[in-house]
Every structure is written in C-alpha cells, then in structure tokens.
Design a protein around this ligand. Structure first.
Ligand code: ATP
Length: 350
C-alpha cells in the first residue's frame, strides 16, 4: 500500500523556518495538488518526500515504510520537474528506457516496457527520434514516460507544464489527469496555476508560509474556504472583501469583521432584479471576456469586481445598483478565520 504520510515535519534552512510541524496524509491513488504563493514551501515538501532534501524534524512514510532516512533511490518514487532534462544524444526509446538499463533489466524486457509506455503516451511512432526533433509537449511526454516506466509508488511533479504554451498546457493537463487515473498511482503535483489545481486535483493542499491553510476537494475550497487567505487565493477573479460594518443593518453576523462575495455572486440588479442586499456603485471599467464581462465598480472609496453574464452590459461611468444574496456571502472574523455561513437565516433574524 502506498499512501503517503508527513508526520510532524519541520524544515529549516539555517535560521529560516520554511515548514512548521506539518501533518498530512495522502491516500493511495489520490491526486493531490500543492498550491500557495511563491516561497510557501511547496517544492521543499516534494523534495523532502523524494529524499532530495533532509527533514529537520518529523518522519515521512510511504505506505508502512518509514522512508525518512532512505536515499531517493530506495524510496521508489518518480519525480518530473519543470526542467525535465532529456538526454539530447539519446533517442526517445533510450531516454524512456534509461532507468531500466541502469537497473540491469534485460534488453528484451526493456524494449517491451518502453514500447508499452510509449504507446500509452502517444509516442509509439517517435521512438527513434532525438529530443531536439520533438515538440515541447512531446518532450514533456518523454519525461513522463521515464517516470512511469519505473512503476513507482508515487509520482511527484513540480510545475511540469510551466514551460509550455497555454494551449498545450490545457491539453497536457487533461492527459496527465487521465493517465494518472488509468495507472491509479498516487500523484503529488505542485503548481502556481489554480486552474490546473482546480481541474486536476482530487484534493488540494493550500499552503502559506509553510503552514497548511486548508485541505479539501476543489469544490470544498471554493464554496467553504476555511479562512480569508484560502478565500482570496482560490477563485479568479479574486473574492471581494467588504467591511462587515457596512452591512450590519441587513446582514448582522456576530464576530464578523469582513464579508466576502465572489465576483460570480455579486450581481447587477437591473439584470437580476432586486436583491436582498443591494447598494449603489459607479462602473469604473468593463472587461469583455466573450460571453461574459468583468465589471469593476467603485463605492464608498472601495473597489469591487463582478461577473456579468446576460442582460445589458454597463459602461464606464454608469451608476448602477449591485447586490448579492446573503446565502452566497462568506463571513470572516478579524483573525481571518471563516465563520459558519448562515446566510438567509441571518437576514431573516434582522
Ligand atoms: P515557488 O512557487 O516560488 O517555487 P515554493 O513554494 O516551491 O516556491 P520552496 O522552493 O519550497 O517554495 O521554498 C520555500 C522557502 O525556502 C523559500 O523562502 C526559499 O527561499 C527557501 N529555500 C528553499 N531552498 C533553500 C535552500 N537550499 N537554502 C535556503 N533557503 C531555501
């Protein structure tokens, strides 16, 4: 069994504490994505699991095995990096089969494994090519082939798509996800790209400053963020944060310091009809996105953004009524923690 467990892990680089007492369990076969701002410790967490970086404290388990002191080789996991250096003088087949050759696997067994892996990745016709004669996406697939052929207990991927253009990234994202579910191998994937995180993950781990902020399915993080950090990090455009006191007449909530409303949930009254909570704002900017538009508004010296789908599109300078349904709002205490949403109930009580 190849679940993964980080147990009370800390990591310092000299005086700098990068990870603090972190506990995390990943089930066998799960696709877990680490997200968080630059420097939050995502790569360090992967490298400690791979054995490329020692832990300062705590234990790491793969299945039942305590691997904390084991070398990378002994851990039986494969890592694919952003800079997936292929051997330029070797063919695709040789690149994919290289690890097996090092292990002393026989030529015949190696060839069969290379062929099977290459077919799975759509590289069957390219086995004799050198990397320079491949597209970026094909090279990325060769790098994955190298990882897959070893039949590891887990795949670790650190921003593997960030060197590819947007279209190819979308395509590879779908391929990696499909491949992982076919193989059923545990995957830990690091990315900056929250669309990647939301579309690929079974569960997302949101990190900030080396501390886990929340672990959950993409839907859980989006609809029930545990705190203001997660609320502001997951979802694009970002959630609007408004002072709770401005709404205390219509939306009382004990202990609330701020109210969060996503651009998807902030609406134009002239399109949606009267809303339980509404106020007047001035349109500052309109960004058309094809079928929808982002409307940036100002009021009381504040800014907010809403996503307009149907109806009439406002223009900069327009005075409009905007609003939201209380059930769509998120409430945050002064320390940033989310308060349980009781939405409509709190309005009914007012
Ligand atoms: P990014 O998204 O920018 O890749 P990350 O979340 O992967 O960031 P890490 O690379 O894990 O972050 O780095 C976490 C912190 O540890 C950063 O502040 C980084 O500067 C520091 N750090 C990483 N490696 C070392 C090292 N070898 N020596 C000293 N500090 C390091």
């Amino acid at each position: 069994m190849s679940g993964i467990r980080y147990q009370d892990i800390s990591k310092n680089f000299g005086e700098v504490e990068v990870i603090r007492s972190l506990d995390l369990r990943i089930a066998e076969g799960e696709f877990v994505v680490y997200v968080g701002p630059s420097g939050c410790g995502k790569t360090t967490l992967l490298r400690m699991l791979a054995g490329l970086e020692p832990v300062s404290d705590g234990r790491i388990f793969i299945g039942e095995r305590d691997v904390t002191e084991l070398t990378p080789k002994e851990r039986n996991i494969s890592m694919v990096f952003q800079n997936y250096a292929l051997y330029p003088h070797m063919t695709v087949a040789e690149n994919i089969g290289f690890g097996l050759r090092l292990k002393g696997v026989s030529r015949a067994a190696r060839d069969a494994a290379v062929r099977e892996t290459a077919e799975m990745l759509g590289l069957g016709a390219l086995l004799e090519r050198k990397p320079r004669a491949l597209s970026g996406g094909q090279r990325q697939r060769v790098a994955m082939g190298r990882a897959i052929i070893r039949q590891p207990d887990a795949f670790l991927m650190d921003e593997p798509l960030s060197n590819l253009d947007a279209q190819l990234r979308n395509h590879m994202r779908t391929e990696i996800k499909a491949l992982q579910s076919r193989l059923g191998t545990t995957m830990i994937y690091v990315t900056h790209d929250q669309v990647e995180a939301m579309t690929m993950a079974d569960r997302i781990v949101v990190l900030n400053g080396g501390v886990i902020q929340q672990i959950g399915t993409p839907d859980e993080l989006y609809s029930r963020p545990a705190n203001r950090f997660v609320a502001g990090f997951i979802g694009a455009p970002v959630m609007n944060f408004l002072p709770a006191e401005s709404f205390s007449g219509v939306l009382p909530k004990e202990g609330a310091s701020e109210i969060g409303v996503r651009p998807d949930d902030l609406k134009l009254c002239r399109n949606e009809g009267p809303l339980p909570v509404q106020w007047r704002a001035r349109v500052v900017q309109v960004e058309p996105l094809g079928g929808e538009a982002l409307v940036h508004v100002a009021f009381d010296g504040r800014r907010a953004c809403l996503k307009q789908r149907g109806g009439t599109r406002p223009a900069p300078g327009d005075e409009i009524e905007i609003g939201f349904i209380p059930g769509d709002a998120h409430f945050f205490a002064a320390d940033g923690s989310a308060l349980a949403t009781s939405g409509a109930a709190s309005v009914a009580a007012s």
